[in-house]
Design a protein around this ligand. Structure first.
Ligand code: MN
Ligand code: MN
Length: 446
C-alpha cells in the first residue's frame, strides 16, 4: 500500500470539491516540480513541462518527449466535475421565517440522498467591478453547515407511496440557509415581510461583501460537508465526495508528475462538464483540447494543421474514469464475470454506452493487447469490466470525444460503490493500482 499516495489523495479530495478548486491544486502540484504556465513560454524542447488552463475549470499538463510530437502523445484524460447541487441565479427566498437557497442539481443524482446531510457551499461570486469573491462555507469545524430538510416518518404516509424519483423533486432540493429575525421585531410582534431574508442579506454583505444582485454572476456549488474518511475497521476503503472522477484525475496528475517523458510527449488533461455531457467551453466536446495541443505544437516546431491532426490521431489515451463497482447487495444488476470488483485493481472498460453499445467508443483489441503487455510487465493488477447488465442502463465518459480525433482510447479507472451518491466508496488498493497503471501507460514508446 502506497500510504503517501492515499494520504495525498484524501487531501486532494478535501481541498478540491469543485472543478475550480481542483485546477488550483493541480497547477500548484505541477508548479512545485517545475511546470510553467504555457503563456510564459515561447518555445518548447524535449524535457520541458508546461500547463494550460481553460477558464480556471479545466487544465492540461504537457511533458515534451524527444520524438516529433506528430507521432502522437500518451494522454491521461480525466474529469474534475462531480454531481452536486448548484445555487440558482436568484437563490434566496423566505418562507415562513426560514430563508432558503434555491438550487438546480448538476449531473445524475438520486435526489433523496441529498436530504438531511450536512452540506457546504463552495464557489465564486463575481462583482461588477471585476473582483471575484471565493466562498467556502461549511468545511472548517467552526463553520456553519447547510441542510435540506425532509418530512418526519410520522407524517410521511403519502410521501412514502410515491416513487423514489418523485418523493423529493428537483424543486424540493432547497437548502435551509438561515432564519434570523431581529430581536426588537420579535418583541414588537410587528414582523416585516421578508425580515429574515433581510438579516441574511445584511450578514452576506458584512462578511462577504455580497449584494443580492451579485448572485446573478455567481457559481456556487453545494456539496457534502466534511473530509474524506477511511471506511471499514481494516481501513481498506475510502468514503468521500467526488471520487467520480477525482480518484482518476488525482492519480493521473500524480503519475504524470512522477514520470519523465522519454520518446513520446506525455499529457494529462483534466476537463469539466463530463457529468452533463461534456458540453460547454470547458468540456471535452468543445475544441479545448485541440486548441491546447495547437499551442504546444506551435512552440515545438512550425505549426501546421496537418501536424496537429497527425499528433492527435497518433496519440494513445486512457480515459481515466471510474466504473461502477460490482455491488453484492444488488448482484442481480451485474454480470459478475464482466464487472469490476472493489479491490480487483484497475478497471478497463472496452466500451461504455448503453443498450447495444449505443453511444460507445469501442476500444480496438490491438490497443488493448498493447496495454495488457505493458500492464503485465509493470505487475499492474487489472480487470476488464462493463458497467452492469446489458439492459440495465449505461453511461458515457470522455472517451468517445477523444476518439473523434482518430486516436486509440480506452476507459481505465477504479471501481466505485455508490457512485454519484454524496459519499462514494473506493478501495485504497485500487487507487494504488490505478496510479501504477497510469505510470506504466506513460512509458509506452511505440
Ligand atoms: Mn466519471
Ligand atoms: Mn459520473
Amino acid at each position: 500500500m502506497n500510504k503517501k499516495l492515499i494520504d495525498d489523495y484524501k487531501k486532494f479530495l478535501d481541498n478540491g470539491k469543485t472543478e475550480r478548486e481542483c485546477v488550483v491544486q493541480i497547477a500548484k502540484m505541477a508548479e512545485e516540480i517545475g511546470y510553467k504556465d504555457i503563456n510564459s513560454v515561447e518555445s518548447l524542447k524535449p524535457g520541458d513541462k508546461v500547463y494550460i488552463k481553460k477558464m480556471d475549470k479545466a487544465i492540461a499538463l504537457f511533458n515534451i518527449g524527444t520524438e516529433n510530437i506528430e507521432n502522437g502523445m500518451n494522454i491521461l484524460g480525466a474529469h474534475i466535475d462531480s454531481p452536486r447541487l448548484d445555487a440558482k441565479q436568484k437563490p434566496l427566498y423566505e418562507n415562513d421565517n426560514i430563508v432558503y437557497m434555491n438550487t438546480h442539481y448538476y449531473g445524475g443524482i438520486k435526489k433523496y440522498q441529498w436530504t438531511t446531510i450536512p452540506l457546504a457551499i463552495h464557489g465564486i461570486v463575481c462583482k461588477k467591478d471585476g473582483t471575484k469573491i471565493n466562498i467556502v462555507i461549511g468545511e472548517d469545524e467552526n463553520d456553519p453547515v447547510f441542510c435540506i430538510s425532509d418530512i418526519l416518518p410520522h407524517l410521511a404516509q403519502s410521501q412514502m407511496q410515491n416513487k423514489a424519483s418523485e418523493f423529493i423533486t428537483g424543486e424540493d432540493l432547497d437548502l435551509i440557509f438561515g432564519s434570523k429575525v431581529p430581536e426588537k421585531e420579535e418583541k414588537s410582534k410587528k414582523k416585516e415581510k421578508n425580515s429574515a431574508k433581510k438579516i441574511i442579506l445584511e450578514l452576506l454583505k458584512d462578511k462577504y461583501k455580497i449584494e443580492e444582485d451579485d448572485f446573478l454572476s455567481s457559481e456556487l456549488e453545494i456539496v457534502p460537508a466534511g473530509k474524506a474518511r477511511d471506511l471499514g475497521l481494516d481501513r481498506s476503503f475510502i468514503l468521500a465526495y467526488g471520487q467520480d472522477d477525482r480518484s482518476c484525475a488525482f492519480t493521473s496528475v500524480a503519475a504524470l508528475l512522477e514520470n519523465q517523458a522519454e520518446k513520446r510527449t506525455c499529457c494529462c488533461l483534466c476537463v469539466d462538464k463530463e457529468e452533463i455531457g461534456s458540453v460547454g467551453a470547458t468540456g471535452m466536446a468543445s475544441n479545448l483540447f485541440e486548441n491546447m495541443v495547437a499551442e504546444v505544437i506551435s512552440r515545438c516546431q512550425n505549426y501546421s494543421e496537418l501536424v496537429l491532426r497527425r499528433c492527435l490521431a497518433n496519440s494513445y489515451m486512457l480515459s481515466s474514469d471510474v466504473n461502477a463497482a460490482y455491488d453484492p447487495m444488488n448482484a442481480n444488476l451485474f454480470d459478475k464475470e464482466n464487472s469490476s470488483v472493489l479491490g480487483g485493481g484497475v478497471a478497463f472498460q472496452k466500451f461504455t454506452g448503453s443498450r447495444g453499445k449505443s453511444g460507445a467508443s469501442d476500444a480496438n483489441p490491438e490497443f488493448i493487447a498493447k496495454l495488457r503487455n505493458q500492464m503485465d510487465n509493470a505487475n499492474v493488477v487489472y480487470q476488464m469490466a462493463e458497467l452492469g447488465k446489458v439492459d440495465q442502463g449505461g453511461g458515457g465518459t470522455i472517451a468517445y470525444h477523444a476518439a473523434k480525433y482518430g486516436m486509440n482510447v480506452i476507459d481505465a479507472g477504479v471501481a466505485v460503490l455508490s457512485m454519484h451518491a454524496p459519499w462514494e466508496i473506493t478501495s485504497k488498493e485500487d487507487i494504488c493500482q490505478i496510479y501504477e497503471c497510469y505510470k506504466a501507460f506513460l512509458k509506452i514508446d511505440n
